[in-house]
Design a protein around this ligand. Structure first.
Ligand code: C5P
Length: 227
């Protein structure tokens, strides 16, 4: 069976990573969460006083990018690769609302994007990869054999993210989560460098009213047709 590249892009909290992980597992492919990489750079910036609500020292972040080492290590118990920042497992630390509130400003910086896109292209160069993000089908792998673009209403997405954060014992309000989802959508889709747009050859899937099983089956069946 030939190995292909599968790109899954879309708005925040559309459940891309859940279905991408399932798809990668079913196909015996590698799953790469590119958003985790932008989140890890953001966490570094937060930990080093480079970004806060009122402050963002872009020049300092760019100069320090050499000190930001991002890696993935497969966790057999969880069944997916966790993200590491400078040797430390940060899988949980990068999922907080605070990181979500800063990440889109970090993802606007071209130097950050260049560094991460290069790493993502290396991770996918052997194919057999499912990668999710915002620019995978447009910039990282424009030649991917299969591309999906996931959408859902902002309210549906905020409800999903809110539930996820509560399960992680984060004390957040639904309103703040909705505000964050909408503000990230706006920044991500209007930034100058690699804005979030649907690749011309991507299949758009609105999963507002779709179960996880239905989503998985749709993607899996499409993959079977191409492979
Ligand atoms: O996928 P996730 O919601 O974790 O991504 C966090 C943020 O990282 C996005 O809102 C976006 O600003 C940025 N991102 C990006 N390009 C990607 C993946 C994520 O700009 N390929």
């Amino acid at each position: 069976m030939k190995k292909i590249t599968i790109a899954i892009d879309g708005f925040s909290s559309t459940g891309k990573s859940t279905v991408a992980k399932q798809l990668a597992k079913a196909l015996n492919y590698v799953y790469v969460d590119s958003g985790a990489m932008y989140r890890a750079v953001t966490l570094y910036a937060m930990q080093h006083g480079i970004i806060s609500e009122a402050y963002f020292n872009v020049d300092r972040l760019v100069t320090e990018l050499d000190h930001v080492q991002i890696g993935f290590k497969y966790n057999a118990t969880l069944g997916f690769a966790e993200v590491y920042l400078n040797g430390k497992n940060v899988e949980n630390d990068i999922r907080t609302l605070e990181v979500s509130q800063h990440v889109s400003r970090v993802a606007e910086i071209s130097e950050v994007r260049r560094m991460l896109v290069r790493q993502q292209q290396v991770m996918g160069k052997e194919k057999g990869v499912v990668m999710d993000g915002r620019d995978i089908g447009t910039v990282v792998f424009p030649d991917a054999e299969l591309k999906f673009f996931m959408t859902a209403s902002a309210e549906t997405r905020a409800k999903r993210r809110y539930k996820e954060l509560l399960e992680r014992h984060e004390h957040v309000s639904y309103e703040d989560v909705l505000k964050n989802v909408m503000s990230r959508d706006l920044i991500d889709s209007t930034r100058e460098d690699s804005p979030l747009i649907k690749a011309q050859d991507a299949l758009e899937i609105d999963n507002s009213d779709m179960s996880l099983v239905a989503q998985f089956e749709k993607l899996y069946n499409m993959a079977q047709r191409v492979i």
